[in-house]
Design a protein around this ligand. Structure first.
Ligand code: CDP
Length: 208
């Protein structure tokens, strides 16, 4: 069983996907961490994020053991990830790993931007999780402040807006809702309510 969770930055998809995986006893993959790790490795090699060959090389040599590196959630890394994520060769290099992860038994939950559209178009359940821009900026602001980063709300809002634009506007696997994805708008839902509504939907699909 494969559950695909896609959506824009700071929409709550990661928290939701992680909870769903633990509820159903499925494996969980944060695919954003792959792109974040590629950006980290390009920088560590003193190469430019806009250098496609350097990004492809980092993607091909990515060590999955480093995906839990807390640095990946640091300020600015999401932005860097969206720069390397535009390159088709980077996406291709990461695809097989994601697809083989998705085949794990008894099931897997993957969250990202193109899981329901490109990585696992045959996923059993597809969720497109979104929330208003202001609310997403508020959540990311609190997440970063909790880690003691000096950020302003206005700065975060602008970063998220730009990143969404880049993710939606790119040619390779742009962020878009799959036609068969269930839309979950979490603007007015806390994580508990979002989780409940996703479980109801998934249980219905499992029982049908
Ligand atoms: O947690 P947040 O929503 O801020 O970001 P993320 O899911 O960690 O993704 C970081 C960046 O990686 C995104 O802005 C995308 O550019 C890229 N990404 C992607 O292109 N495809 C995916 N399946 C996952 C992430």
């Amino acid at each position: 069983m494969i559950i695909a969770v896609d959506g824009p930055a700071a929409s709550g998809k990661g928290t939701l996907a992680r909870r769903l995986a633990s509820h159903y006893g499925f494996a969980y993959l944060d695919t954003g961490a792959l792109y974040r790790a590629v950006a980290r490795d390009v920088r560590a090699a003193n190469r430019n994020l806009r250098d496609e060959a350097a990004a492809e090389e980092a993607a091909r040599n990515l060590d999955a053991e480093t995906l839990k590196d807390p640095f990946l959630r640091d300020r600015g890394v999401g932005e860097a990830a969206s720069i390397v994520a535009r390159f088709p060769m980077v996406r291709e290099a990461l695809r097989d790993y994601q697809r083989s992860f998705a085949r794990r038994k008894p099931g897997a939950v993957l969250d990202g931007r193109d899981i329901g559209t490109v990585v696992c178009p045959d996923a059993d359940v597809k969720l497109y999780v979104t929330a208003g821009l202001e609310e997403r900026a508020r959540r990311r602001f609190h997440e970063l402040r909790a880690k003691n980063f000096e950020v302003t709300r206005a700065e975060i809002l602008e970063q998220i807006r730009k990143r969404d634009e880049r993710d939606k506007g790119r040619d390779a696997s742009p962020l878009t809702r799959a036609p068969d994805a269930y839309l979950l708008d979490t603007t007015d839902l806390d994580i508990e309510a979002a989780f409940k509504s996703a479980v109801e939907l998934i249980d219905e699909i499992i029982d049908s």
